[in-house]
Design a protein around this ligand. Sequence first.
Ligand SMILES: *Cc1c(COP(=O)(O)O)cnc(C)c1O
Length: 397
Amino acid sequence: MADSWMEDKRMTSSRILDFLAAERPDGPCLVIDLEVVRRNFLRLAEAFPATGIYYAVKANPAPEILDLLASLDCCFDAASVAEIDMALAAGATPERISYGNTIKKERDIARASALGVRLFAVDCMEEVEKIARQAPGARVFCRVLTDGEGAEWPLSRKFGCHTDMAAKVLERAHGLGLDACGLSFHVGSQQCDLAAWDRAVGDAKKVFLALGEKNIRLSMLNLGGGFPARYLKDVPSTLAYAEAIHSAMTRHFGNQLPATIVEPGRGIVGDAGVIKTEVVLISRKSDADDTRWVYLDIGKFGGLAETMDEAIRYPIRTPRDGSEAAPCIIAGPTCDSADVLYEKTPYALPLSLQIGDELLIEATGAYTSTYASVAFNGFAPLPTYIVGGKSDAALAA
Ligand SMILES: *Cc1c(COP(=O)(O)O)cnc(C)c1O
């Protein structure tokens, strides 16, 4: 079985294939190749040479990933005190950590401040007031709403405020003695429409102007995440993103460019990971119905939550690829009827697929291990194995 994986190295690195062939881990698992994480980070750093890169820890907080990124001088976007602790444990200094969640308990702001974190996201007056009380003088940036259009995993509505309110929020921050340093937005995760940044940068410029009239000079624009992993469809290159963003910045800001940061999550770890899974059952609902149901030992509750609404379609490799394939419904193993991965748009898998076959779900390095439930139906959380990195880390040391 492993042999036919070996023939197809399109997305899964040979290090991951070798690991699976040698270790044969039982049950579903995620395998991360640190060399791919390193390559993705360096590619972004090269494409955005003047921009601070803050890895969105939530995408995959495996300590080995955070250690590697910290050693490459990456900064971190944390959403909680626990994520701040993880970034610190990886060796990041507090100046390299942004507390980017707009929804924070006041005592967590105090804890972050005590740990030395000085950069906070806000999107309303109430949050500004908490920060002014618990982290006096800290730097704050205000998140503005985007429409999330074009994103496969939109983040609109819940985070950010209207540009008119952003100006007021930052004015208030300034009045309370905080360093109102700039703005942020997130154009939506897996954003393949390069024009999304142009719209958002244009909106940000309006707030820069409005505050300039009040003698508050913003100095930073946080361009968010949204950089894609390659799933079934091709995606624009990292350089294409850099060019689109650079031209949006110069179109709206001319030669008065603010400092910029980006917060990639998926774009750094998405295609660095592969989930190994096993076919538990292949069945039909009646003799007359030839739709196959293929049940795997991983589903929505085991780490594949981003198949919600079939938003993210992962590439799936089988040991029988190349033989005749037909559409089927793919579902997870739990006793919840929502645990169906692909049904509205059925997935083609080989007709010769057998119970017990092991499949590879590719580009699953982001938003999987942390989306696994603790023990729904008694299924264990998704284990992560790490390959690559050690030899080079040893060389660098
Ligand atoms: C999740 C998140 C990110 C990362 O988004 P990707 O699309 O995975 O790059 C960046 N910034 C914030 C504030 C986030 O919540």
